[in-house]
Ligand binder design. Structure first.
Ligand code: URA
Length: 261
């Protein structure tokens, strides 16, 4: 058997690295193969390829879209109607890049509404929130306090997967705000679990999950003061397993509070 060439080894390493990032839900462009003749050209003589009339990204005016989102979301009488409205909504780059609107999973009559950040790659493909590695950990965390999908209604503050798995911007969160507001009103949960920093900011205006987790917040949902517990995002716990003990404390606090409602 002949030993692989340096080029083959590098190509295999590049493909393995690409597969790893892809598993993590991060889109990275494949590095184009450089034709040997092009590689030989000097920097001075090489022409910078010009983009062929690349389509302009769908840059929307988020404050106009916010007004539209508010008007349409308010008018949604049911969950099904809200889902249809979001599916037909032009959210600019968000709706252009996402494969699916990721609406919710779980039991719409549950007392507990779990609200995460935005879908990842697997969620976008399956049109279901929290089904990737982070979602599997989230399910295990709730199972540890005897709560299954039937006891929970799970969604996100943003219903589209942002391109490249980035966080939604503040403008995008503002644009999505009327949808999650109406979503919460239609579910009318007794208790909300706020999963991660982005959701904390979107739902309370606060930043800093490290200092806020474990401290009960209050959300106004359709005029009802609703207790809400910020929790570390399970994707963060996968990277920082030593913090699981804090999350366990917060889960026990949620479990204890459920006895009062
Ligand atoms: N992370 C989130 O916040 N939500 C999902 O649906 C998946 C990953």
């Amino acid at each position: 058997m002949t030993a692989p060439s340096t080029e083959q080894v590098l190509k295999a390493a590049l493909e393995a690295s690409h597969a790893w990032w892809d598993d993590m839900g991060v889109d990275i462009p494949l590095v184009p193969t450089v034709a040997p003749s092009a590689a030989k050209q000097s920097r001075q003589t090489r022409k910078v390829p010009q983009a062929k009339s690349a389509p302009a990204p769908n840059q929307i005016n988020t404050s106009e879209q916010l007004a539209k989102a508010a008007e349409q979301a308010k008018a949604a009488p049911t969950l099904e109607a809200l889902k249809t409205i979001i599916e037909g909504f032009d959210a600019g780059i968000l709706s252009d890049h996402a494969r699916n609107v990721v609406f919710a999973r779980g039991n719409p009559s549950a007392n507990i509404m779990v609200i995460g950040e935005a879908p990842g790659r697997q969620e976008d493909e399956a049109a279901k929130p929290f089904i990737g590695p982070a979602g599997q950990l989230l399910d295990k965390m709730f199972a540890a306090i005897d709560l299954s999908e039937d006891d929970l209604y799970i969604t996100n503050v943003c219903n589209w997967r942002p391109p490249g798995n980035r966080n939604p911007t503040e403008d995008e969160l503002n644009m999505c705000a009327p949808f999650i507001k109406r979503h919460m009103e239609l579910i009318a949960p007794k208790l909300v679990v706020i999963v991660g920093n982005v959701s904390l900011f979107a739902l309370t205006g606060k930043t800093g999950i490290m200092k806020t987790r474990g401290n009960w917040q209050e959300l106004d949902i359709g005029g009802e003061k609703t207790p809400a517990m910020p929790l570390y995002h399970p994707a963060f716990l996968l990277r920082r397993p030593e913090l699981k003990k804090d999350a366990w404390r917060d889960l026990l606090a949620i479990k204890a509070r459920l006895n009062d409602i």
